[in-house]
Design a protein around this ligand. Structure first.
Ligand code: TYC
Length: 111
């Protein structure tokens, strides 16, 4: 096969590597679970397992932290995944008529 027939012929491999290095990591967003006085603890644990795929021990720990401190970071995600999960929590909370809420926070990079 000549180089004209090869559909993935790379003209300048060095250029390709340089451009690869410039690829930026996506910004990450924290999902923060907020406490309230009404949502049952078991429901919060169930939501954490169902929406965030946390195991039972982690779900209980996150729920208890929110319960005692007012808030707890669930995890960090890209924007699209984070907003989808927040929408899923909102939908479940509305369906079961609980005031449970999660919010999005931009992850601080420290630089
Ligand atoms: N504080 C709630 C209660 O006492 C339980 C709860 C925990 C609600 C965490 C929300 O994010 C939350 N029933």
């Amino acid at each position: 096969m000549s180089e004209h027939e090869n559909p993935i012929h790379i003209e300048n491999p060095e250029q390709l590597v340089k451009e690869d290095i410039r690829v930026k990591r996506p910004d990450m967003y924290l999902i923060v679970l907020l406490n309230d006085d009404y949502t049952p603890r078991d429901f919060v644990v169930w939501v954490l397992m169902k929406v965030f795929f946390k195991n039972e021990a982690d779900s209980k720990r996150i729920m208890l932290e929110a319960h005692t401190k007012g808030r707890s970071v669930v995890d960090r995600y890209t924007y699209d995944i984070a907003t989808t999960k927040i929408r899923q929590v909102k939908k479940l909370a509305e369906k079961y008529e609980h005031p449970l809420k999660c919010i999005l926070e931009v992850q601080k990079t420290g630089s």
